[in-house]
Design a protein around this ligand. Structure first.
Ligand code: CO
Length: 299
């Protein structure tokens, strides 16, 4: 699994580009000029119900504000489950569709929806499709752009891994100690991004691995590779926007199925890094690169 061939990488990169082929950059159409307010940036994340994970969102908003100081910023969560959970606690968060309807009613003419997801998976594709439909409504927006999630190009994958290696993995890591990134994984074809990341991680650092909770590579594959290599210690890093439920429970939890528990059982000491990727400024910069491209397309 670790010895992925170049051909396989090419296939994976091809798979990655497939769902994006229809991305035209702009999801709007021409309207006669009108005096709409805007533009507005709609930050769209999966969401989290873990209060400490909010640090990621606070950091993203600060950096977006710094880059676009005069632009209105709104938030939406794509996860129905998270929105329902927060609503029960009295915190009402909009879906992207409700947020867009509100912006339309308020008279905004131009919107950039920024996907704060990791990969162009199901949430991104739904966001793109619905953003496009909002752009087509009569009497509504002049222009709707949907900006790519974090890992949307070969370059963004390389940059992300370099930042993880240089800034996120604790400095006390010694030679021979492993780094295991925990991605979410998905049934969507974009799951291939994680295998591409594994190939790239191994090229960057022979002791760096990528596993997923719900997709491929699986954690079992990673664990086998670590055992086979005789690794004695591993740093666990969530490959997720926030350090939420998956990071605290599936990765670092005390339950027997958690990655930490399973590694301990296999004789590998593990050190979880309980921070979301968006808590690190250089990672947020990568999202900002995508946001800037979309903002530059506003007419
Ligand atoms: Co999940």
């Amino acid at each position: 699994m670790v010895n992925l061939t170049k051909q396989l990488l090419l296939f994976l990169v091809f798979m990655l580009t497939l769902p994006l082929a229809s991305w035209a950059g702009e999801a709007g159409h021409e309207h006669p000029a009108k005096d709409g307010k805007g533009p507005v940036i709609l930050l769209v994340t999966f969401g989290t119900s873990v209060p400490s994970a909010q640090a990621s969102f606070v950091n993203i908003e600060q950096q977006v504000k710094k880059a676009f100081p005069n632009t209105e910023i709104r938030w939406a969560y794509t996860s129905k489950i998270i929105r329902a959970k927060l609503a029960k606690e009295g915190q009402l968060i909009d879906s992207p569709e409700v947020a867009m309807a509100k912006l339309m009613d308020e008279g905004y003419a131009k919107v950039v929806m920024q996907s704060l997801h990791m990969i162009p998976g199901q949430e991104f594709h739904e966001l793109y499709a619905n953003g496009k439909l909002f752009g087509q409504m009569a009497g509504g927006f002049e222009q709707v752009m949907v900006a790519y999630p974090l890992l949307s190009s070969d370059e963004s994958m390389d940059k992300m891994l370099q930042i993880v290696a240089a800034k996120i993995v604790p400095k006390e890591r010694k030679p021979g100690e492993a780094v295991v990134l925990m991605g979410h994984g998905t049934h969507h074809p974009s799951d291939a991004v994680y295998s591409a990341l594994m190939y790239k991680a191994q090229k960057l650092d022979a002791n760096m691995y990528v596993g997923t909770v719900e997709g491929h590579p699986t954690f079992d594959e990673v664990k086998e590779a670590l055992v086979k290599k005789g690794v004695k210690k591993a740093y666990l890093v969530p490959l997720m926007t926030v350090a939420g439920d998956h990071a605290t429970n599936d990765m670092a939890g005390t339950e027997p199925e958690s990655w930490k528990s399973q590694l301990t059982k296999a004789g590998i000491e593990s050190v979880p890094v309980l921070k979301g990727l968006a808590e690190f400024d250089p990672i947020v910069e990568l999202w900002l690169d995508n946001l800037k491209v979309a903002m530059a397309h506003l007419q």
